[in-house]
Design a protein around this ligand. Structure first.
Ligand SMILES: [Ca+2]
Ligand SMILES: [Ca+2]
Ligand SMILES: [Ca+2]
Length: 326
């Protein structure tokens, strides 16, 4: 080692690494395709002169990480009845580059009391969180979301059909799976050249695949109508003779859960009898025979009609009216 070299090595006063990123970092990581450049720099005194020497610049292009999460946006099991049901999910691109996701809706989840049939998978095109038929785009097979930017989320609806024959309280789940279209696999799996700007795409900790289940519970109100009659003949007995007054009692029982709407009970006046004016009653309270003034109307020609409106499960209503045997 000559004297000059020794002097240089002794008088190196600082080494500075310059670290630059060409685009701002995201909260959850540097964007795919970002160039990270690193140049080392040293200064030293060479006699009376301070000199600087730079290393070559090392450039690293950030690869694309493939990550995704799926969550159910329903706050709990949604109420369901035979017919259409809509479950709501959110897919979030947790990677650092743009990616689209292949969706699969699975209605046959272990533990289901019944399985729904998938009708369609739609995205919330107008972004209001609610499925709007005719507005929100129904995906066609293969079911692939639009490309989501890093950290972008999309709301997805699964429209399914609850079969006939389900009973109150039965539950079912539908699982929605989202898989990165570039590929999935064990964390670290690399898809060479398939990331942003020709960089690699590398599977992240989620496996680039995520699923969530939405659940439903059947809430069915069932209606039972029971009709009975009691007779009072003109002699104080229970014979069915001309002049006997027959009092009909219709008991409407709504059970299960939920409610029924527009619940109207009607009954014709039997042939050979005549309606006894002013005898229609609901739960012991008289109703007028006229229409439009209360829940009931009655006439010999048209029979009786009582509009109970919306009736919650667990309710019992009793309708009574009299006829006289001709
Ligand atoms: Ca991508
Ligand atoms: Ca919508
Ligand atoms: Ca009336």
């Amino acid at each position: 080692m000559d004297t000059q070299t020794l002097t240089k090595s002794l008088f190196v006063t600082s080494v500075v690494a310059v670290f630059t990123i060409s685009t701002p970092a995201l909260a959850d990581g540097v964007s795919a395709g970002t160039l990270i450049e690193n140049t080392a720099s040293a200064t030293y005194d060479d006699g009376d002169t301070t000199r600087t020497v730079d290393s070559n610049t090392v450039t690293v292009r950030v690869d694309e990480l493939l990550d995704v999460t799926t969550t159910s946006l329903d706050s709990g099991p949604i109420g369901a009845q035979p017919g259409e049901v809509v479950l709501t999910y959110e897919i979030t691109n947790k990677g650092n580059g743009p990616e689209a996701y292949l969706l699969t809706a699975n209605p046959t989840v272990a533990g289901n009391d019944f399985d729904t049939a998938i009708v369609a998978v739609a995205i919330d095109t107008n972004g209001n969180g609610t499925y709007d038929p005719g507005v929100d785009e129904i995906l066609t097979a293969p079911l692939i979301t639009p490309e989501l930017a890093a950290e972008e989320a999309i709301t997805v609806f699964v429209i399914a059909t609850v079969p006939d024959g389900v009973i109150d309280g039965q539950a079912s789940e539908v699982e929605l799976l989202a898989e990165a279209v570039t590929g999935t696999g064990a964390p670290g799996t690399t898809f060479a050249g398939q990331g942003v700007d020709g960089g690699d795409a590398i599977v992240g900790s989620t496996g680039a695949s995520a699923s969530a289940s939405g659940s439903m519970i059947v809430g069915i109100a069932t209606v039972d109508l029971d009709k009975s009659v009691s007779l009072l003949d003109p002699f104080g007995g229970t014979g069915a003779v001309p002049g006997t007054v027959a009092t009909f009692t219709i008991t409407a029982t709504v059970s299960g859960s939920g409610s029924v709407d527009n619940f109207v009970v009607t009954d014709a006046i039997p042939a050979g009898t005549t309606y006894a004016a002013g005898t229609l009653a609901l739960d012991g309270a008289g109703l007028t025979d006229a229409s439009g003034d209360d829940a009931g109307e009655a006439s010999d020609a048209d029979g009786i009609s009582v509009d109970l409106g919306t009736v919650a499960a667990g309710s019992v209503h009793e309708i009574t009216f009299d006829v006289t045997i001709d």
